[in-house]
Design a protein around this ligand. Structure first.
Ligand code: ATP
Length: 233
């Protein structure tokens, strides 16, 4: 377990008679960046909720070793707290302001520490949400489509930021996304969830891959997602 932050065996989650997760196995190593792709309704968010400890109506063996932080598609900031207080919320025994300031500097938002959440753009609010996740120095960072609501340029900037933050802090990451290119750019391993299990695993080329040709790999992932047929790819 020591090298793994997540170890899941034979996980079953069913709603009524439907098994959304059906004997699923998953490992995430410490410091590893894993992306999870899958068609809409394949159970990605369900799996994340289980790993976050938000859903215990499961059978099977779920082990998460260490602290966990989650960032969702919507930043979920408290509108009545200033930005820095949103970041330090729930921290005990530390100077919350100092910790928040450090995290806000990392996401390049120092000048917004005193601002109210409503004054932030979508990308800025998402950066606050990342800062809030990171101040807990999580062993596991769960990201549920954190860039899905952002415009394309902001999303690219966020990819770089997340990669920088991951390099600096090295949490294990499980990133749920619909964006294949995002998965191939950011992750060490790209997994495809289908019919309740991890059905495929792809290994993108070594970093840095900003200029890598990922076309072939992308086609293979599309096949696994059922978007392309085998002959075409
Ligand atoms: N609380 C619930 N009660 C009943 N069914 C649920 C519940 N939560 C999720 N489901 C069902 O489980 C399936 C998987 O949902 P989930 O949100 O995990 O999919 P997803 O892969 O994250 O989808 P998307 O990519 O569209 O966000 C869906 O069919 C959904 O309707």
């Amino acid at each position: 377990m020591a090298q793994h932050v997540v170890r899941v065996r034979e996980l079953v989650r069913q709603f009524g008679t439907r098994k959304v997760l059906d004997n699923l196995d998953l490992d995430v190593r410490r410091g590893e960046f894993v992306a999870l792709l899958g068609r809409s309704g394949s159970g990605k968010s369900t799996l994340l909720r289980v790993l976050a400890g938000l859903d215990r109506e499961v059978s099977g063996d779920v082990r998460v070793d260490g602290t966990v932080s989650v960032a969702f598609q919507q930043p979920r900031l408290l509108p009545w707290r200033r930005v820095w207080r949103n970041v330090s919320l729930g921290l005990h025994g530390v100077d919350g302001r100092a910790v928040a300031d450090r995290a806000l500097a990392e996401v390049r938002l120092s000048e917004h520490a005193e601002a109210w959440p409503i004054t932030l753009s979508g990308g800025e609010a998402q950066r606050v949400s990342l800062a809030r996740a990171l101040v807990r120095e999580p062993d596991l960072l769960l990201l549920d489509e954190p860039f899905g609501a952002l415009d394309a340029l902001t999303r690219l900037a966020m990819h770089r930021l997340v990669e920088d933050l991951w390099q600096a802090h090295r949490p294990g990451v499980l990133l749920v996304t619909h964006d294949i290119d995002e998965a191939l750019q950011l992750a060490d391993r790209v997994l495809v969830l289908d019919e309740g299990r991890i059905r495929a695993e792809h290994l993108p080329p070594p970093r840095p891959r900003r200029h890598a040709d990922l076309t072939e790999l992308r086609d293979r992932v599309l096949v696994d997602l059922g978007v392309e047929n085998h002959e075409a790819a």
